[in-house]
Design a protein around this ligand. Structure first.
Ligand code: FAD
Length: 472
């Protein structure tokens, strides 16, 4: 290693970039490394898609609502920045799937749509008798011979038939990505199903066994039993603020956009929209992939990112006084199958899921619109989107008064789609990066998982790689 101080620049101050900055700074401090660090964020705030709103005693999220408790990276980060006691688990409630406009209770024992208990599946009205018989073929169908990537649709249709895919698996799984099961990659979205099939042949048997082996979340003693999701009492933005506080303020530059990145011998030059050019020995790019591709458009390596689709969605949060509604369903969550004549793709009763976030006597609904192949609604004006959502809700529950307020947030091209072959595309890109642009890393929701814990994990991982690289 030379005596010259080295510099790592992180582009993007969403949860991935922040995690990278936090873990890099930690490593630098712990080992007194001669490394300077800078995080550059295009907007005037940190957090990227994480945006908590506090309004009239309500607390809600414009973007991500919470994170999966069983994926531990976000919990670990919250604890590291002193927010462990702020973590709160969701309340349990009834979940429904809307199939051909009829709400059906989610059968007990469904793990991400896969049955692990038989009797609720035999009695559910979600599928026809023929559909149920076809699904039972899972017990006999041999496992797939090769481990090649394929779409979720191809995989699940083979094991359970079309009806179970369309009425249950599609609305649950594709909801997370706002995607199309027939295009989403099994390997990059839910590889556990491929592993379960490989090990147990039957997915029903496999998911039952895995459920017994792995508890729903990391540490039962700390959070409400069976809480699948976690947030923080003051919202996800408080995790962002906590991490920001833990990072030396001199490291963070807000309101500056990185326009281009060039490699000059062994260093990188970053041109900023302020006209300034800064140098770095290592660069971590955590912006969404389209922005990354644009910054690095000189380099063919990133061409495949041009063809990686992203879906547009909008969240619509609506607050009512309790008296304004007659809730015959008593649902906490509704997922909507594509064969229903609805525009909303999902709806959550936030007052049931997160009672701490909603004043007593109020109802707070959060609906989603937009998914692959059905995104035009996102471009409608706010009042149009609200009207469409309200019409859908009125088909489900009785609404007799105006809401106290509503808030529409558009997320244009914000849900990266991991289509079949995504993993191979990343492998090739990373291999070429190592050869041609050593010391430059890409991380975040466009690559190895779009959940908050996966983003934190990627941030920590690239922090390690960058430190190792600049020290060699
Ligand atoms: P981002 O949050 O997009 O941050 C990237 C940052 O890079 C931004 O701040 C941007 O301004 C900055 N940037 C871009 N270009 C430049 C540039 N040229 N120079 C400098 N900075 C730049 N995940 C969950 O775990 N649970 C959920 O419930 C959940 N729900 C979601 C609901 C919605 C509506 C959406 C949109 C996403 C949801 N997600 C959820 C996914 C999750 O929110 C994201 O995957 C995650 O927050 C992405 O973090 P990131 O840091 O990778 O990217």
């Amino acid at each position: 290693m030379t005596d010259r101080r080295k510099k790592v620049v992180i582009i993007g101050g969403g949860i991935t970039g922040l995690s990278a900055a936090y873990y890099l700074q930690k490593k630098i401090k712990d080992h007194q490394l001669p490394i300077d660090l800078q995080l550059i964020e295009a907007t005037h705030r940190l957090g990227g898609k994480i945006q908590t709103v506090k309004r009239d005693g309500y607390l809600f999220e414009k973007g991500p609502d919470s994170f999966l408790a069983r994926k531990l990276a976000a919990t670990k980060l919250a604890k590291e920045v002193g927010l462990g006691r702020e973590l709160v688990g969701n309340e349990k409630g009834k979940s429904y799937i809307l199939v051909k406009d009829t709400p059906h209770a989610l059968p007990d024992g469904a793990v991400m749509g896969i049955p692990t208990k038989l009797s609720p599946f035999i009695t559910t009205g979600l599928f026809s008798p023929v559909g149920k018989l076809r699904a039972a073929a899972d017990f006999f169908i041999p496992k797939t011979k090769n481990q090649d990537d394929r779409s979720l649709g191809v995989f699940f249709r083979r094991r359970f038939g079309d009806e179970v895919v369309e009425n249950l698996i599609e609305p649950l799984l594709s909801g997370i990505y706002a995607g199309d099961v027939d295009r989403l990659s099994l390997r990059s979205t839910f590889p556990q199903f491929l592993h379960a099939e490989h090990k147990y042949r039957s997915l029903i048997v496999g998911m039952k066994k895995l459920k017994e082996i792995h508890p729903q979340h990391g540490d039962d003693s700390e959070f409400k039993k069976n809480s699948v999701f976690l947030t923080l009492k003051e919202g996800l933005q408080s995790l962002v603020d906590g991490v920001e506080k833990a990072i030396d303020p001199d490291i963070i530059t807000k309101g500056i956009k990185v326009e281009k990145i060039y490699k000059e011998d062994t260093t990188y030059e970053l041109s900023l929209n302020s006209g300034k050019v800064i140098k770095a020995d290592s660069v971590i790019v955590t912006s969404p992939h389209a922005a990354a591709q644009s910054m690095l458009s000189e380099y063919k390596i990133f061409e495949p990112l041009k063809h990686m689709p992203s879906t547009s969605v909008a969240t619509v949060v609506i607050a009512f006084a309790q008296e304004a509604l007659q809730d015959n369903l008593d649902a906490m969550n509704i997922a909507v199958s594509r064969n229903s004549d609805y525009t909303i793709t999902a709806c959550t009763w936030l007052n049931k899921k997160w009672p701490h976030a909603v004043p007593e006597g109020k109802v707070l609904l959060r609906c989603l619109v937009g998914r692959t192949g059905d995104e035009a609604v996102v471009d409608q004006p706010d009042d149009e989107i609200f009207k469409i959502v309200l019409e859908d809700l009125k088909k489900l529950i009785t609404i007799s008064a105006e809401p106290e307020f509503y808030a529409v947030t558009r997320w244009k091209q914000s849900m990266p789609q991991y289509t079949v072959g995504h993993h191979d595309m990343l492998d090739t890109m990373n291999e070429q990066l190592e050869k041609e642009l050593a010391g430059l890393y890409v991380a975040g929701s466009s690559y190895e998982g779009l959940g908050i814990p996966e983003c934190v994990e990627q941030g920590e991982d690239v922090a390690k790689k960058a430190v190792k690289y600049v020290q060699q």
